[in-house]
Design a protein around this ligand. Structure first.
Ligand code: 6CS
Ligand code: FE
Length: 309
């Protein structure tokens, strides 16, 4: 359903009627309770997660899997990351994002289509069976990326919920998506590891402001709109605390689309690189954006909903 919303910048179509998770439509932030479950499959569904891990995911909004990749695989994927970052064709591609304050590669998007090896990872049972168990359906890739976060100045990501952006800018109806972040370097507390507020996935923070046109051109270097206000972050932080996703290279973290999460800059000499795969349920395919003039490009938010087999 769409409603016409007028404002001084331009009038546009918006998907507001019946939207359970309105965001970027008001100057007043708000907490909205999540209606949907986090684990959609039943606890005995086939896959590599045990019932206890699925319970932990429901409770905390994330689960860590140490050693998802072997040491040899980590070495091979790191070589692949180096190869991609040095490829001039990839560097000049719109899917490549350069750091704001250096000319190092920050992220490469749609990387499962650029790299055959990463494409295989999407279909790997260690990843796919777990995503399917959580989402309780067939799944497709909504987004894939490499985050390089080099040492000596790799930039962090301020607190945010991915679902807030995917809902506002990509038209994802509900929080029935899961991210799988696979570390290719050791994650210490000091090299910019992922931080998650456990249990925050049950609260949606409606953010203030309005999405500017072509927001993705700046938001992927440093997100501004769609980040929660200071009081909301403080209150969620006090309520839930903060967990750090430390661990050896090869570990994976599966986390819910609505987790409040972020990471600091990396001023250590040790890089913190990962492969990031986002699976969405085929029963939650994207519609028109809920708070943006038009959907983001396909390489950031997929519009091809073919299930991964
Ligand atoms: O834009 C995205 O899809 C992802 N990137 C950022 C910086 N925030 C939201 C989401 O995680
Ligand atoms: Fe994120």
């Amino acid at each position: 359903m769409t409603a016409v919303v007028g404002n001084d910048a331009f009038t546009r179509l918006r998907n507001t009627a019946g939207d359970r998770y309105p965001t970027r439509v008001s100057q007043v932030p708000a907490f909205i309770d999540r209606a949907e479950p986090t684990v959609w499959g039943d606890r005995s569904s086939a896959g590599m997660f045990g019932a206890q891990e699925l319970d932990a995911h429901e409770r905390d909004g994330f689960v860590q899997v140490p050693g998802l990749l072997t040491g040899d695989e980590v070495a091979a994927y790191r070589a692949e990351l180096d190869r991609l970052a040095e490829d001039p064709g990839v560097r000049s591609d719109e899917r490549c994002v350069i750091e704001k304050s250096s000319d190092e590669v920050r992220s490469i998007f749609e990387v499962h289509r650029i790299s055959e090896a990463i494409g295989r990872l999407v279909r790997d049972e260690r990843v796919l069976s777990r995503a399917r168990q959580i989402l309780g359906s067939d799944v497709y890739v909504h987004q894939s990326r490499i985050n390089y976060k080099p040492g000596l100045g790799g930039g962090g990501f301020y607190w945010h919920s991915d679902f807030e952006t995917w809902h506002a800018e990509d038209g994802m109806p509900g929080p029935r998506a899961v991210s799988c972040s696979i570390s290719l370097t050791d994650n210490h507390p000091f090299n910019g590891c992922l931080m998650i507020m456990p249990g925050s996935h049950r609260t949606f923070v409606s953010c203030v402001g309005e999405t500017p046109e072509d927001n993705h051109l700046s938001s992927l270097k440093e997100q501004e709109i769609g980040t929660p206000d200071a009081d909301s972050v403080t209150s969620l932080g006090n309520r839930h605390g903060i967990a750090m996703m430390t661990g050896d290279a090869g570990a994976a973290t599966f986390f819910d689309a609505n987790c409040m999460h972020g990471s600091g800059d990396n001023i250590t000499p040790y890089p913190r690189s990962n492969i990031f795969l986002v699976f969405n349920s085929v029963q939650n395919t994207c519609v028109q954006p809920f708070a943006a003039p038009k959907p983001r490009p396909e390489h950031i938010g997929a519009r091809d909903f073919t299930p991964v087999r």
